[in-house]
Design a protein around this ligand. Structure first.
Ligand SMILES: [Zn+2]
Ligand SMILES: [Zn+2]
Length: 269
């Protein structure tokens, strides 16, 4: 597969939305997230989010959803018909529920909601997730200096998102980035970030035609994959959220080859 699968409009829209999220995060007060960082819990793979008190501003959340609707329609007018309905559906009660279900990764709720309200399936989960991220990003920012590593197979130590993206930084260091909350931590260059496999024979790297800075690390033990991007090649470094969206072609390639962003737990007895 070639890189051209990612078109310019898609990239520009992603950039607009990532910038909006950054702006929204900066507008939140520090007290919006009150985390308790517990070393024992972190070591056991419990993400910080599970021990955090959030103070959500629902009217702000609803306003952000409106801003995303506007950004998408500005980028692709044809989507107006599909999104207009959303504004009529949203209210404080729905907003609060969306926040809870997005934090709980409850995809089934969003699928059902879409069906019930006659919306395209991607719409509720996409908007809920987009508008909840500023809170997660504020949370990650406030605890970043306590996050040094992740427990294999437990996802992001801050928000619990499955890992899928790493950057090669100065001196070839591998830093794993969560594109959802933007937390980052040290990874090992030759280790699977899903299952901890460090048998070099069972780790492979897929490369992409026309894309010199990206590799996909795949693990033959758990079938998990990681996108590994050499960010030393960037003049201005985009955020992990932006890199994740701009490298969606790598996810396609990995998934077409039978790998997944979540490793499989092998049953051994
Ligand atoms: Zn995260
Ligand atoms: Zn693995």
């Amino acid at each position: 597969m070639k890189k051209s699968v990612v078109n310019k409009e898609y990239q520009n829209l992603n950039k607009t939305i990532v910038d909006l999220q950054e702006k929204w995060k900066n507008s939140l007060r520090e007290e919006a997230v009150l985390p308790k960082v517990d070393k024992a819990a972190l070591d056991a793979g419990v993400p910080v989010i599970a021990l955090t008190d959030f103070h959500f501003d629902i009217s702000l959340f609803l306003q952000w959803i409106e801003e995303v609707v506007e950004a998408i329609i500005a980028s692709n007018g044809e989507l107006a018909v599909k999104l207009d309905k959303l504004s009529d559906i949203m209210n404080e009660e729905v907003g609060l529920r969306w926040i809870q279900e997005a934090l709980a990764f409850n995809q089934a709720y969003f699928t059902e909601f879409a069906e019930e309200k006659d919306l395209e399936e991607w719409i509720p989960s996409y908007f809920a997730e987009t508008a909840v991220r500023p809170y997660l990003q504020l949370l990650a920012e406030s605890v970043q200096d306590r996050i040094e590593y992740a427990v294999p197979d437990e996802g992001c130590p801050v928000c619990g998102e499955p890992v899928r993206l790493a950057a090669l930084e100065e001196e070839g260091k591998k830093v794993v980035h969560c594109p959802r909350c933007l937390a980052h931590w040290q990874g090992k260059r030759l280790e699977c970030d899903h299952c901890g496999n460090d048998d070099h024979q069972k780790l492979k790297f897929l490369t992409i035609e026309g894309d010199a800075i990206s590799q996909i690390q795949v693990c033959e033990v758990c079938n998990g994959y990681m996108k590994v991007i050499d960010t030393r090649q960037y003049i201005t470094k985009p955020s992990a959220a932006q890199i994740d969206l701009d490298t969606i072609h790598l996810d396609f390639v990995a998934q077409q080859n039978g790998y997944r962003a979540v490793g499989e737990k092998k049953i051994t007895n």
